[in-house]
Design a protein around this ligand. Structure first.
Ligand SMILES: C[S@@+](CC[C@H](N)C(=O)[O-])C[C@H]1O[C@@H](n2cnc3c(N)ncnc32)[C@H](O)[C@@H]1O
Length: 363
């Protein structure tokens, strides 16, 4: 009786299941052979016991499957609910009049000049924090921003997007090493004071600046002492500058650094690579907002990559003119691979290597 029940159960449950089908076949085989040989009958019983076990197992499986299905459904429902809510929140944010007020407060409290950034980019970045704090409107986020000073830092972090790496776009650094630096060295050969001044604007956590220092050190070799080298890295984000000054990096931002360079210019401590003091002594990091602060120095090489892209076009053009002004004649200007010179600025510079976005100031 039980066996039959078990068998039936298996058949019911076993629609399309190999086990169910196999079990039935065994039973048929067992009965046939069992007429000839009692052993087979016994075997059949064993098979049937097995069937029972399997049916029990199938029953457990079904409970498990049911549970999984329920969990799956509730997970899906959760996801849909969340997606729904975030869609609704997105729609709310789109129409939220609190955005203008938020911009004003951000400018006042963090000094971050929101108006100069592309609106879509700026909104996307702010929304990252609005969602992360579960705020349902800009006004709600504003209230949180006012009472939570840590949120200021998080906000600045997402607004400034400070990702970088050593020798980012290695081909560009190849041209700087093989052509730009040798050119600058040669043009100083007759000068009494052989000075080379470099500015990395929007240097984030310092990788770009240290990369340039490595190249200068490598190209000049023993002559380094005969030159007065100054490399300045500037950024609007103080936390990034702190990290830059510390000069400790995880391996993943050193993927373009060869083993011998690592050995010469870094000290490894566990997972971290610390920039050598020798490199640090060539560099200084400074807070500077390229939009609202001017620059009175003159440089031989200015590198400003992957920063201007976030600004409105008219701001980009103005900045490019400012950088032109801050360069010595014959100085080099490098921008990001996704950036272009705009308007009047594009006439002031002569392309040196257009592919690597390297320009030269002729007049
Ligand atoms: C994506 S990172 C670029 C880092 C590096 N130049 C590179 O290409 O790897 C952009 C940096 O620009 C900085 N930045 C944004 N607005 C700025 C401003 N107004 N003045 C100075 N730096 C700014 C950000 O803080 C961020 O560290």
């Amino acid at each position: 009786m039980e066996i039959n029940q078990g068998g039936v159960k298996i058949n019911e449950e076993g629609v399309g299941r190999k086990n169910g089908i196999k079990v039935n076949k065994e039973r048929v085989k067992g009965n046939k052979d069992g007429i000839k040989d009692g052993k087979y009958g016994t075997k059949t019983s064993r098979e049937e016991v097995k069937i029972n076990k399997e049916s029990i197992q199938t029953g457990e499986d079904r409970t498990k499957a049911d549970k999984n299905l329920k969990a799956d459904r509730s997970l899906k429902a959760d996801k849909n609910l969340k997606a729904d809510r975030s869609l609704k929140a997105d729609r709310n944010l789109e129409e939220d009049p609190g955005f203008e007020l938020l911009k004003k407060v951000i400018k006042e409290s963090t000094g971050f000049n929101c108006e100069q950034y592309k609106e879509a980019h700026f909104k996307r970045r702010v929304n990252v924090r609005v969602r992360a704090t579960n705020s349902e409107s800009y006004e709600e986020y504003l209230r949180l921003l006012k009472k939570n000073s840590a949120e200021h830092e998080y906000l600045i972090k997402v607004l400034t997007i400070n990702v970088s790496e050593f020798f980012r776009n290695p081909e560009t650094f190849g041209v700087i090493e093989k052509e730009v630096i040798p050119f600058l060295i040669k043009s100083r050969s007759d000068s009494l004071v052989k000075s080379i001044r470099i500015w990395s604007a929007g240097c984030a956590t310092g990788e770009e600046v240290y990369s340039l220092a490595i190249l200068l050190h490598r190209v000049l070799g023993r002559d380094l002492d005969s030159y007065r080298i100054s490399i300045t890295g500037t950024d609007i984000d103080n936390l990034s500058l702190e990290k830059a000054r510390k000069g400790a990096y995880h391996e993943n931002v050193l993927k373009n650094v060869g083993a011998s360079t690592k050995e010469s210019y870094f000290v490894r401590q566990g997972e971290m690579y610390h920039v050598s003091d020798q490199l640090k002594s060539m560099i200084r990091f400074k807070h500077h907002d390229m939009i609202s602060e001017s620059c009175t120095n003159r440089f031989d090489l200015i590198i400003c990559r992957n920063v201007m892209i976030y600004f409105k076009k008219e701001i980009q053009e103005q900045l490019q003119l400012n950088f032109h002004h801050s360069l010595n004649r014959g100085g080099f200007f490098v921008i990001g691979k996704a950036e272009t010179l705009l308007g009047t600025a594009s006439n002031r510079f002569k392309p040196y290597n257009a592919r690597e976005r390297l320009y030269i100031k002729e007049t």
